[in-house]
Design a protein around this ligand. Sequence first.
Ligand SMILES: [Zn+2]
Ligand SMILES: [Zn+2]
Length: 225
Amino acid sequence: MYRYETHTHTSEVSRCSHIDARALARYYHKAGFSGFFVTDHFFNGNTWIERTDDWADMVRRLGEGFRLARNEGEKLGLQVFFGWEYAYRGTDLLTYGLDESWLTEQPDLLSLHINDYCDRVRADGGFIAHAHPFREAGYIDMIRLLPRRVDAVETYNAARTDFENEQADHYAEQYGLLKIAGSDNHHGSMPRLGGLQTRTRPQTARELIGLVRNGQAELFSREGI
Ligand SMILES: [Zn+2]
Ligand SMILES: [Zn+2]
């Protein structure tokens, strides 16, 4: 089986991350994964990137953690894929299958309503998974669900409670949404990890997403290291 982490943050880009991109790659290599997604917080999330008039430069900064992790991953034989985590008032959308050049061509992205964001991403071949949809925290005003606008639900998040994950799983079941698992890793070493496992090795992020769409990517969880 090939194992992939779907949800990580680098300290180069995400303010809340305590692990840099290279160390993140070394951690997943040591943990025996085949690869992982870097899903740093988008410009509307907890990011170090300041909003400026230079959209292309903002996009380049967003990809910095990913590129550092990918270069380290290449040395280790670890696949590293690009994604990001879009944020709207505590509603977080993991976005996969689109690259930096796509982002560069969407300088109006931050002005879109969250529903229109989802529609554009998906119309262009991207894939959206609602991260920890039942997370509760002081800064989250309400639980907000978009069942007709996402592809998948993160039904196992290693950093959330079992109760929150069970609610997410129920939600996905009721609406017939795809499921993914991930760790929301901001630290490297974690008590438990989650991810996707496949029988064939996807070569690209799009291929891995294709396996999720076809039901050929199983969720797994395990103890961390
Ligand atoms: Zn974070
Ligand atoms: Zn996250």
